[in-house]
Design a protein around this ligand. Structure first.
Ligand code: UN1
Length: 511
């Protein structure tokens, strides 16, 4: 796996941040430790990238702040026009960008293309939205008065994203932020810097050709936790949108909250599906296998717990074992592969530790779980996705292990199943497979699933961009992409307008 030729990127771009002017500063920061460029396909190093230091972060923030003061004055539909052009450009580079995602994140081709498609989709959504940033008009209690609200651009939006969606998560944030009149500074995962660089280059070309768009509208900071910490602490970052672990989110949220800033958090999931006696097992099987084994278990929406009614548990397990045995695992560049590698060997080790813990806690590995070295690029971290029967939701079941482990639990009545589903600290995605309207409505009702996403006869992963995406409890409460998620990227101003010649006071106050 060689990353260099992808999109014309070479090792010469080591140290490239955006704005490009910051590159000049690199030599003055010998303390910068280079980030290795590694493809999970073979885990070999293919070059290195110099991360941003405090000076680059400062420059990116100052530039973004300056860009914001201009961009907020551009009419929103014109801002939408920029995003329309970005979408057009991404369409023409879909396959190349997807190929880079495959190389750098290890996703199979179809899923990598799906990720780029999410970027294209959010562009279309944002273009429409650029004419629909609507506020309400309210009836005033005072004669010859009017109450209205306006939504104004917010400021610099900081985006911290994870390796598993190296482009799409930024795109959901950045495309909405752009039509909302904001500038963006992006700190991608240090495991996927080239995807971030490629995406930034694509948009920079479009920004450069768009007269109303100031340079520095979309900044990029490569680096580890330092740059992220700096974004969280800086008052110029009006909104910090962070995707990643609960531990990272807690740290970021506390720093942002200490300066009374706004954060939007998309943290861990520990997603469950309930399979009831009335479920269509063919349909459930597909949803479960894609959700649990797809993307090698590395989505925040990955299915991690299967809660099956005891009357169908044996039949479903047998079918799952057969399906898992047929999964083609290997080089994600090959068109037939369904399961690519884990991101690195540390992830493989975490998976193995979790399986050992599950067995110690009374679980039985029914299928998979071992590392694979035959028929794959043998220096990569390839694994057979695991099915593990558990007697109960023990400590390890409460943890999100970022690997393809599906814990299988049995239940007798639906109240018990829903209680199990809600018993974990995370609250991102959930699903029920059932053809019984009462079961379905109970599950999606107020005393049902406590997650931000609750699906019916569809798996936990693979959400469309049109809905608001995010979750409750330790998942962080943020909502991104569709519906009215745009409001998080704007500030609301309520205007009281008196068009009369007297000044009546509200609440009948005399003064
Ligand atoms: C993530 O894993 O961080 O619903 C996001 C899904 C994708 C997004 C996942 N659309 O699985």
């Amino acid at each position: 796996a060689t990353l260099a030729p992808a999109l014309g990127l070479t090792a010469l771009q080591r140290g490239e941040q955006w704005p490009a002017a910051s590159i000049a500063g690199q030599a003055h920061y010998p303390a910068h430790i280079p980030l290795p460029l590694v493809s999970p396909i073979d885990c070999a190093g293919h070059g290195e990238l110099l991360p941003a230091g405090p000076a680059e972060t400062e420059l990116a923030l100052a530039t973004a702040q300056q860009a914001f003061t201009q961009w907020r004055l551009v009419p929103a539909p014109q801002r939408g026009e920029l995003v329309r052009r970005i979408g057009d450009r991404v369409r023409t580079h879909k396959h190349e960008l997807a190929a880079l995602i495959t190389l750098e994140a290890g996703k199979i081709i179809s899923e990598a293309e799906g990720e780029v498609q999410e970027w294209i989709d959010i562009c279309d959504f944002a273009v429409g939205l650029s004419r629909q940033l609507c506020g309400l008009t309210m009836a005033s209690e005072r004669a010859q008065h009017r109450l209205q609200e306006q939504w104004h651009p917010l400021g610099v939006v900081g985006v911290i994203s994870a390796f598993n969606f190296p482009v799409a998560v930024w795109a959901w944030n950045a495309m909405l932020a752009l039509v909302c009149g904001n500038s963006v500074v992006w700190k991608p995962s240090e495991k996927t810097p080239l995807c971030a660089l490629a995406a930034t280059r694509l948009v920079q070309d479009v920004v450069a050709g768009f007269d109303a768009a100031p340079a520095g509208l979309l900044g990029l900071l490569q680096g580890g936790t330092e740059a992220g910490r700096q974004l969280a602490a800086d008052r110029r970052v009006a909104l910090l949108s962070a995707t990643g672990s609960v531990r990272m989110g807690r740290a970021v949220a506390q720093t942002v909250a200490a300066r009374l800033g706004r954060s939007l958090l998309e943290l861990g999931g520990n997603n469950a599906a309930i399979v009831t006696p009335s479920a269509d097992l063919d349909l459930a099987l597909r949803g479960i296998v894609f959700g649990a084994a797809g993307t090698c278990g590395q989505r925040c929406t990955t299915l991690r717990r299967l809660i099956v009614h005891e009357s169908v548990a044996d039949a479903l397990l047998a079918r799952l074992q057969a399906a898992y045995a047929s999964l083609r695992i290997g080089d994600p560049r090959l068109p037939d592969t369904l399961i690519g590698p884990l991101i690195d060997h540390a992830a493989l080790q975490q998976m193995q530790l979790a399986l050992t813990a599950a067995e110690a806690q009374g679980g039985t590995v029914r299928q998979g779980g071992g590392g694979i070295t035959q028929g794959v690029p043998n220096t990569g971290a390839y694994v057979a996705p695991a099915l593990v029967s558990m007697p109960a939701q023990t400590a390890i079941v409460h943890e999100e292990t970022f690997a393809p482990i599906l814990y299988i639990l049995r239940y007798r009545d639906l109240d018990e199943a829903i209680a199990m589903q809600n018993a974990v600290s995370q609250g991102l995605s959930s699903a029920i497979f059932s053809n019984d309207v009462r079961e379905v409505e109970q599950f999606i009702g107020p005393a049902g699933s406590d997650c931000g996403l609750a699906n019916v006869n569809a798996g936990t992963s693979g959400a469309e961009i049109g809905g608001a995406f995010g979750g409750e409890k330790d998942t962080g409460g943020g909502r991104e992409s569709g519906s009215d998620a745009w409001r998080a990227y704007m500030r609301r101003a309520t205007n009281t307008i008196n068009y009369g010649s007297t000044l009546p006071l509200a609440q009948g106050v005399k003064f």
